[in-house]
Design a protein around this ligand. Structure first.
Ligand code: GSH
Length: 351
């Protein structure tokens, strides 16, 4: 595939009708950019990843209560934590330290074979995939709390803006090297020349060998390695990051238009009069892009996007679900040191 999925859409340059998988027609795309991945694997290649699970019983998951497996700085974890705060749902926290590769630990992979966070467990039943988890939570707890209620007409618009946020290639923008941009700790340095992803590929190859006689773990690790290889290409291929920045910028222009012409300009939110799952998605995205130092490349400081971002960031659920978990020292560095110490003295093995 040489561009991202946009079946039925028209080429932005010449209005030619595109088939799925294309964002511009061949005649308009720069031939150097033609083979580049512009969206995350999870959005474009369902065959490469395990399908989302909804409330699937799992013998390895905690049998009682609401549990979230998450990482403090993970974009998708931020979205689900904010969703839980909006819904007023109390939950047990299980931090999966991505920098220590705990997402590959066998006991976690038996709960989420995608080897990613977040994972939601309710009374022993597992749900995966961020959009799916948020939809599951909204339909289960929304009605009683009068939360995430939108009209049928608004619903289509909300879903469209949820998908647009999830389609942005934030992983590439986070770990790819971008000229003139110094990434914050702990991202800066981790990404040099695709090394962060290369180390994962090597680790997974070792795990595939170690667990070659366990069909479940072996399949999960093999699939994950294929996903990382596909993603890694996006970070090391010449011209790719600038193509991703251009694609992201184009989406933010669309966001600006929607904010100017939609409910936000009349005191509402992105896609509806009341706060919706689309706002959950875009709050975390705009916060991440700003944290990465990419705002000057992507949107004007003094713009309706910034006004929208400020309104999102000020929300209580955002402060609790995103900002309070973003304290790197307390939420990431200390737990990592603690884990390493316990491991060193033999008190910690697998998760
Ligand atoms: N959107 C997908 C993917 C989630 C995802 O990529 N999560 C990232 C953190 S935001 C992760 O766990 N990365 C670790 C890795 O890929 O090794 C889902 O919700 O299942």
């Amino acid at each position: 595939m040489w561009a991202s999925q946009a079946g039925g859409a028209l080429c932005g340059c010449c209005r030619y009708l595109l088939s799925a998988g294309y964002i511009s027609c061949l005649c308009c795309v720069d031939p150097l950019v033609a083979d580049l991945r512009l969206k995350p694997v999870y959005a474009t290649d369902p065959a490469l990843v395990d399908a989302p699970l909804t409330d699937v019983p799992n013998q390895w998951a905690p049998a009682k209560g609401i549990h979230l497996y998450h990482f403090p700085l993970s974009l998708d974890s931020q979205k689900v934590r904010q969703g839980l705060e909006e819904l007023g749902v109390k939950w047990h926290s299980h931090v999966i330290l991505l920098p220590l590769q705990q997402q590959f630990s066998p006991s976690y992979v038996r709960i989420n074979s995608r080897c990613v966070v977040p994972t939601l467990v309710i009374d022993g039943n597992v749900s995966t995939d961020t959009i799916n988890i948020l939809n599951t939570l909204a339909s289960r707890f929304g009605p009683t709390n009068k939360c995430f209620e939108t009209s049928e007409e608004e619903g289509a618009c909300v879903n469209d803006w949820v998908d647009r946020a999830a389609d942005l290639f934030i992983e590439a923008l986070t770990y790819g090297e971008i000229e003139g941009v110094k990434k914050p700790f702990p991202i800066g340095g981790a990404s040099k020349g695709g090394s962060y992803h290369q180390k994962k590929v090597e680790l997974l190859s070792g795990l595939i060998e170690t667990y070659k006689n366990d069909p479940t773990l072996r399949a999960a690790y093999e699939k994950k390695r294929a996903v990382i290889e596909a993603t890694q290409g996006a970070m090391v291929t010449a011209g790719q990051i600038s193509a991703i920045i251009t694609a992201t910028k184009a989406e933010l222009v669309e966001l600006q238009t929607q904010l100017q012409t939609g409910p936000f300009n009349k005191g509402g939110w992105l896609a509806s009069d009341t706060f919706s799952l689309a706002d959950i998605q875009w709050g975390a995205v705009l916060y991440r892009l700003r944290w990465l130092g990419l705002q000057p490349l992507l949107w004007e400081e003094d713009s309706i996007i910034s006004a929208y971002a400020e309104k999102l960031f000020a929300r209580d659920s955002f402060q609790k679900g995103v900002v309070q978990w973003s304290k790197v020292g307390r939420k990431v560095v200390l737990p990592a040191i603690r884990y390493k110490l316990l491991k060193a003295i033999g008190l910690m093995r697998d998760l």
